[in-house]
Structure formats: structure tokens, C-alpha cells
Design a protein around this ligand. Structure first.
Ligand code: SR1
Length: 325
């Protein structure tokens, strides 16, 4: 470890140990988030220890204890179930370890919370839904309670329905697992078969949207359905822009930027510098039409066209390198 010249301690010496402890590691969003965290950690000469997530609350608790024993200076908790984390996170704080939470509400004034402005994300998606479909339609909704970002997006969906009485939620389904897309596809097939009058599906997680699209294609109803989601990846761009795709819009950040922001927040905390309690990375609406018109095929091409996909001004400091992608 060489350290960063001009950086505050302990980053002037380098090799600062930080743990990234995820609840979910599978899927494009989480892989890109991790890649962004790794790139930012490398730029800060951080020794980043990654603990993969397998949707297992007991394992995530165990990983936090392991990180404490490794002598890390900071821990980033990426998703998880708050009820199973409170006491072990408190143990970390009691040892002077700085903790940053991404998309899990740890409800502790000492823990900065990173999120993608999920209320805005869902609002932008639903505004596009109304633009395309008006205010009277039958909808399918993909949701799993207990995940902070999905719960925040759900608050917006609930309000949207109560403000738009012509929107009828005919079915609600979804699962989060290591096979989210294919399991959601199985559920969506049953739902769309039983409710042939559904014309819109709000699926605010790209794995959900991918599953619904699979189902629509298998049932041969893609031309009668419109899917609106959250998140974007290179694979998602391909699925959205391909001919005849029912996936017509998504609202997203670059997850790699969110991963980088999480590392920067931890670094600022470790250096004893000011970090806002709420750290937000704002999402952008991407419609099928706009992606096709721009000829964008990858997330890197998106980053060249939309500055928010290459960097964020959240949790920055003059000593933190931020040109990563
Ligand atoms: C199971 S939660 C999935 C969501 O977490 C992140 O906030 C991503 O945006 C994804 O949609």
C-alpha cells in the first residue's frame, strides 16, 4: 500500500481495510454495484474485503462479525433485513468502525444512508406510464415487501393508485431469490394467463421486468403489454431496445456509480470528515424510444451521453479520485 499523497490519515498511508457486505450479489445491478465499489476502493488504495450475499440474513450477520474480527476501519452494508442486523452493527460501531448503509434502513444517526431516490424513481416511471397509457388501465404489479428500495417505490405506487381511480391493480406477485427473473417469469405467466386484460406491468426492479418480459414472449402477448421498470444494465438495454420488446421504459442510475459513492462515504467517515446522513444518487428516465434514437447499446455508451451515468457529486472531496469509468 502506497497511500494517497495529500489525503488525510489513514488514507495517506494506504491499505485501509473496508468490508463490503452484501445481502444479494447475483444479477446485473449488484455485480455492477460491486464493480463500482472495487474501482473506487482501488483509486483510494483501500484494501476492500468483499463478502458475497446469498439472501441469507444469518450469513450476513456472521459476515459482519468476521469483518469486525478482521480489524476493518469501515463496513458497507448493501441491502439486508434491518431486524437481523441492528445488534451486530452496533457491535461494529462500539469498536469505532464506521458503517455506511446502502438500501437498508439501519435507523441510526451514526450511519449514513445511501439510496437512489426511490420515490423520484417510481414517480418518473409512473409519469411515463400515464403518458403512454392514460389514467384508465388494468395493471400487474411486481413487489416483494421488506426491501427498503422496493418499499419506498411501493409507497409511490400506492399513492398513484389512490390518485388514479381508473388504474386497477389486477394482480400482485414477485419473489427475490437467486433466480428472481425466472421465478418471476413463472408467476407472471400464471398472472397474465388468468388476467388477459392487463395491459401495463409496473416491475420496479430489472430482474422483475426481465421475468415479465420472458412470460409475455412465451405467451405471445408482447405486443399487448407494456412493462415499466427500475435499473439498467447492458443486457437490459439490449432487452429494452430489441424489436417488439414490451419493456418500454426504465428509471435508473448507474449502479457502479452508486457503489463508488458508497465507498467514498465510508472513506469520508473513516477520515473523520462530514458526511450527510442521507446520500442520494438521482435516477434518470430511459425510454425505449430514447435509447433507440440515441443508438445506445451499452451502459458505457450511456455514460458517455448522460453525465449522471459516469459520475455523481455525492460524497466527494478534493483528495478523493472520482474519474473511475
Ligand atoms: C431486491 S431490491 C432490488 C433493488 O435494489 C436496488 O435498489 C436496485 O435498484 C434494485 O431494483
Amino acid at each position: 500500500a502506497d497511500g494517497l499523497s495529500g489525503a488525510p490519515a489513514p488514507f495517506d498511508k494506504g491499505g485501509v481495510k473496508v468490508a463490503l457486505i452484501s445481502y444479494i450479489s447475483a444479477g446485473d445491478f449488484f455485480q455492477a454495484y460491486q464493480a463500482g465499489a472495487e474501482a473506487q476502493a482501488k483509486a483510494l488504495d483501500i484494501d476492500l474485503r468483499i463478502f458475497p450475499g446469498r439472501q441469507d440474513a444469518a450469513e450476513q450477520r456472521e459476515q459482519i462479525l468476521q469483518a469486525i474480527n478482521l480489524g476493518v476501519s469501515g463496513i458497507i452494508i448493501d441491502h439486508g433485513l434491518p431486524e437481523s442486523l441492528g445488534d451486530v452493527v452496533q457491535q461494529a460501531l462500539d469498536k469505532g468502525i464506521k458503517v455506511v448503509a446502502f438500501d437498508v434502513n439501519l435507523n441510526n444517526p451514526k450511519i449514513p444512508q445511501v439510496e437512489q431516490s426511490d420515490h423520484e424513481l417510481a414517480s418518473l416511471a409512473l409519469e411515463q406510464v400515464v403518458k403512454d397509457n392514460g389514467e384508465n388501465f388494468n395493471a400487474g404489479y411486481v413487489y416483494v415487501a421488506g426491501f427498503a428500495p422496493l418499499d419506498r417505490r411501493n409507497e409511490v405506487w400506492d399513492k398513484f393508485k389512490s390518485d388514479n381511480k381508473g388504474v386497477v391493480e389486477k394482480a400482485r406477485f414477485g419473489n427475490v431469490s437467486d433466480t428472481t427473473a425466472t421465478s418471476t417469469a413463472d408467476q407472471a405467466k400464471a398472472v397474465l394467463t388468468a388476467n388477459p386484460d392487463i395491459s401495463v406491468v409496473f416491475a420496479p426492479y430489472d430482474e422483475f421486468a426481465r421475468g415479465v418480459k420472458l412470460a409475455a414472449n412465451d405467451l405471445g402477448i408482447a405486443s399487448k403489454l407494456k412493462i415499466y421498470s427500475a435499473d439498467v444494465s447492458t443486457a437490459d438495454i439490449q432487452e429494452i431496445t430489441e424489436e417488439g420488446s414490451p419493456w418500454v421504459a426504465t428509471v435508473a442510475t448507474n449502479p457502479a456509480v452508486v457503489g463508488a459513492v458508497s465507498i467514498r462515504a465510508a472513506a469520508l467517515e473513516i477520515a473523520g470528515q462530514t458526511v450527510p446522513h442521507q446520500i442520494t444518487v438521482k435516477p434518470t428516465l430511459l425510454t425505449q424510444e430514447s435509447l433507440r434514437a440515441a443508438g445506445v447499446k451499452t451502459i458505457e455508451e450511456l455514460a458517455e451521453k448522460i453525465p449522471a451515468f459516469s459520475t455523481s457529486d455525492a460524497a466527494t472531496a478534493s483528495w478523493i479520485p472520482d474519474k473511475l469509468f
